[in-house]
Design a binder for this molecule. Sequence first.
Ligand code: AMP
Ligand code: ZN
Length: 139
Amino acid sequence: MSDCIFCKLISGEIPSTKIYEDDHVFVFMDIMPLTKGHILVIPKEHKESVYDLSEEQAANLFRVVPKLAKALKKTFHPAGMNLLNNNGAPAGQSVFHFHLHLIPRYDETDGFKATWRTKEKEYPLEKIQALATELSENI
Ligand code: AMP
Ligand code: ZN
């Protein structure tokens, strides 16, 4: 896609700090890292979000994740690691080329918060069961 910033990183039109690439994926340092070693994994083919990925594209992308996570662990010795993918503006997506964040975590005050509280005080089990039934019918 001609106006996509991540496509421009892949083509080299815009410089990036690439750390890995293969036939299917491109991996680079996030320009505004949440923590030391924050990287992004993207498909080389322009796909906006998770809804647009084929099973094969998803497999190609996630295949490299364990070795990247291990490299981050070996290099920076984080205490933990968050994998994050935002889809759609309400979910926080700001670049509309699918990307998976790998965010090494050092402690609870390192600048990233991945904990949340449910809005509803109680989510009764029957309600969860009804949602599961509805959802599984659509897989
Ligand atoms: P999201 O908010 O999930 O769409 O994440 C987009 C991420 O892309 C942010 O963490 C940005 O810091 C990062 N980003 C945007 N432009 C660039 C760029 N030119 N090079 C590297 N990372 C970028
Ligand atoms: Zn793109």
